[in-house]
Design a protein around this ligand. Structure first.
Ligand code: ATP
Ligand code: MG
Length: 394
């Protein structure tokens, strides 16, 4: 590792129509600053669609900063790089020492150059030729191959310095958190809702989580599992509040008083009402669920219509067209899979009807639930709300 090593973070989607570029950049730089705090003292600034993250002391955790950078929405590529003087000699020397390990493992290489400083006396092709020629001499066992090299050495000539780095890796993409407004996500312990939360956060949306618990039918372990999922999501979403809402009485009342075929639908309508109340209080303007068309009886088109009928807020369902395999793939990528498959009961799985209605008629469901004291039950559940504040661990 080199003492001067720093990170270059390239921005995505800056040319979005209707969105303000400056606000995009300001949000993103602030998000990067906040995330890097745990890794030490860094100077962080933006030039020409690149965020520079420069350690200000010896004890900065560069590996931690690198890993964190890959999880920040709005960044498309991340590279570890070393700055040097803007001369061919300095660039070659830097590449020789900084990338010695990479050269030892490669049989072929090429140099790719970018000249952001148009005043530099060579153009990008000439820079690549010069640097490539000298590196080929320095590493006689590694041949130049411009088509399919094992190693690509990147050289960027920027305002103050030249930067040398090996290939950049993909960042998290999407839009900076804070650009997309604020929503409340319904988080269960399953596979789907952590993925749907991730997908909406990736569009720049600040999320509050709502989780419904039904003790003693659901266990403390089930709740801990959801808190663990939320904690994993903070690595992408940043700080968040998890609202925990008691749901036992509502479920018991439904079971006692409503036709069995509508248990799940009526329960889901209560979830929407409660989530909407949380959203209104939090100043959020949409709800997010992990529903996927046809996955279960309560996720047919008709059932979804009956469910969302009780809320005025848009219900965002990013997984609506996803297959389970795709959802599982994303869950693995974002690190929620192993926790999601832990076997604890969710409140949705207690009191499930044997023959749920798959083509419910709204009026029938409304009539079936009208025997309940809906407002009273909602009010009581909200009165029992507790909440936990989470922030990223690293
Ligand atoms: P998941 O894998 O997210 O649990 P699922 O396939 O099990 O979803 P359901 O149990 O019908 O489907 O739940 C549909 C959606 O309702 C979930 O994706 C989630 O957004 C919300 N939800 C379900 N149970 C809860 C809960 N206990 N607390 C908060 N939200 C919930
Ligand atoms: Mg579930």
């Amino acid at each position: 590792m080199n003492n001067n090593e720093m990170l270059l973070l390239k921005l995505g989607e800056v040319v979005l129509k209707g969105l303000n570029r400056h606000s995009f950049e300001d949000k993103l730089v602030n998000n990067v600053r906040r995330r890097m705090k745990n890794c030490g003292s860094f100077q962080i600034y933006i030039r020409q669609s690149t965020i520079y993250v420069e350690p200000q002391s010896e004890n900065c955790d560069m590996e931690g900063a690198y890993q964190a950078a890959k999880q920040i929405f709005g960044i498309v590529t991340v590279a570890r790089a070393v700055p040097c003087e803007k001369t061919i000699d300095a660039i070659v020397e830097t590449a020789k020492t900084y990338l010695a390990g990479e050269f030892a493992n490669a049989r072929t290489f090429k140099v790719e150059s970018k000249r952001a400083d148009k005043h530099f006396y060579l153009n990008s092709i000439q820079i690549s030729q010069e640097v490539g020629g000298l590196l080929a001499e320095a590493f006689p066992d590694v041949a130049v191959d411009v088509h399919d090299p094992d190693l690509t050495v990147h050289v960027e000539i920027r305002e103050k310095y030249a930067y040398v780095h090996a290939p950049s890796v993909a960042g998290a993409g999407g839009l900076p958190i804070g650009m997309g407004g604020h929503a409340v996500s319904l988080l269960s312990g399953g596979l789907d809702s952590p993925v749907s939360s991730y997908m909406i956060a990736r569009r720049g949306v600040i999320l509050d989580m709502v989780h419904f618990v039904s003790p003693p039918y659901t266990s403390q372990q089930a709740q801990d599992k959801v808190m663990e999922l939320a904690q994993i999501l903070t690595t992408y979403c940043g700080r968040m509040i998890v609202h925990i809402i008691p749901f036992t009485e509502i479920q018991e009342e439904i079971r006692k008083n409503c036709p069995e075929e509508y248990f799940t639908l009526i329960m889901r309508r209560f979830m929407m009402r409660l989530a909407e109340a949380v959203a209104v209080k939090a100043g959020a303007s949409a709800l997010v669920t992990g529903e996927s068309l046809g996955q279960v009886a309560s996720q047919t088109i008709k059932a979804l219509g009956v469910t969302e009928d009780v809320t005025h807020l848009p219900v965002l369902r990013p997984l609506i067209g996803s297959d389970k395999v795709e959802i599982i793939r994303t869950a693995r990528e974002i690190g929620t899979y192993d926790t999601s498959i832990l076997p604890y009961e969710d409140c949705c799985t207690v009191f499930t009807p044997r023959h749920p209605a798959t083509r419910p008629v709204l009026e029938d469901v409304v009539k079936a639930e009208s025997v309940l004291d809906i407002d009273g039950l909602v009010e009581k559940a909200l009165a029992g709300e507790t909440w936990v504040r989470l922030k990223p661990n690293m």
